[in-house]
Design a protein around this ligand. Structure first.
Ligand SMILES: Cc1cc2nc3c(=O)[nH]c(=O)nc-3n(C[C@H](O)[C@H](O)[C@H](O)COP(=O)(O)OP(=O)(O)OC[C@H]3O[C@@H](n4cnc5c(N)ncnc54)[C@H](O)[C@@H]3O)c2cc1C
Ligand code: FES
Length: 269
């Protein structure tokens, strides 16, 4: 790894966009992260609080954007920050999605939709068909509907909400059985809660379809040194965060089941 990537750069927040009651997108100026590819992540330092891993949602012209859900100390503090305030970045780190062609299906749950939108924008002109299933608990938490509709082929976006306030009332995985039976997709990509990833992995295995998923683990160093992000023989920060079907088969005993917690103990996902 190039040492410059791992050097912390301080930079002002250029803009903040509210995406939902709990999710905001932050755009920062950073030459190195602006070269990130879909699937890569950066480590964002929130001064005085913590440093956290975040997937790149967009990168272009010296600018990089991340989409962040407020879940705990660091993310809540970030949500209170305004344009002009300073944060720090390292990265971009990790691997990226392979850019497939043909018929593509993407499945995004929660903020997992962000790196897939980045990928969808890249593949929009290459793909023969681009379909997206996007899910959330409720209507106001559905992310990037307008942006996804702009890049997916006609009627390519299926929405699901758990409470039925928008789209189909079901989990995001529910429409997949029918979709995969009706169309021979060349690649399925996903990012979101690990139980969702694990369900979709099983479905794509049954249908013999290529599959890539971006995984989340607790991360501290982000560069393969500390071991806090292990899954099986892999370190998610260095060998992932994107894993293909063959690699996911090797870690099936942990996928959607257990991970290492803050104290290094194994905890349920
Ligand atoms: C590769 C990768 C990409 C990610 N991309 C995004 C993204 O694009 N948008 C987004 O909103 N979130 C993303 N996350 C999750 C994000 O890092 C955590 O939500 C954040 O670290 C929580 O910090 P906190 O202090 O606010 O919450 P905490 O109070 O620390 O914890 C709240 C919850 O977040 C989980 N968590 C805490 N720290 C981490 C960590 N370092 N890594 C993973 N999970 C953690 C905890 O298990 C807990 O369930 C990503 C995580 C990884 C590993
Ligand atoms: S976060 Fe340290 S090894 Fe992955």
């Amino acid at each position: 790894m190039h040492t410059a990537l791992n050097t912390l750069r301080t930079t002002p927040i250029l803009s903040v966009k509210t995406e939902s009651p709990t999710v905001k997108t932050y755009t920062l100026k950073d030459k190195l992260c602006a070269k990130a590819k879909p699937g890569q992540f950066l480590m964002l330092w929130i001064p005085g609080v913590d440093e956290i891993p975040l997937s790149v949602m967009y990168a272009e012209n010296d600018r990089v954007s991340v989409t962040v859900k407020a879940v705990g100390d660091a993310t809540r503090h970030l949500h209170s920050m305004k344009p002009g305030e300073t944060v720090g970045v390292r990265g971009p780190f990790g691997n990226c999605f392979t850019e497939a062609s043909g018929k593509i299906l993407m499945v995004g749950g929660g903020t997992g939709t962000a790196p897939l939108l980045f990928l969808a924008r890249r593949l929009a002109t290459k793909a023969q068909r681009l379909s997206f299933v996007v899910g959330a608990k409720t209507k106001t938490e559905l992310l990037f509907l307008k942006e996804l509709n702009a890049v997916c082929t006609e009627q390519g976006v299926i929405t699901t909400t758990e409470d039925g306030t928008y789209g189909l009332q079901c989990l995001v995985t529910e429409p997949l059985g029918k979709l995969l039976a009706a169309t021979k997709f060349d690649m399925v990509y996903t990012c979101g809660p690990e139980l969702m990833v694990s369900k979709i992995f099983n479905l794509t295995e049954q249908h013999g379809i290529s599959f890539e998923a971006s995984l989340e683990r607790l991360m501290r160093c982000g560069i393969g040194l500390c071991g806090s992000c292990v899954i099986g023989k892999y370190r998610v920060c260095r060998d992932g965060p994107v894993f293909n079907a063959a690699q996911l088969s090797e870690v099936k005993s942990e996928l959607g089941i257990s991970k290492l917690g803050f104290d290094g103990e194994r905890i349920p996902v």
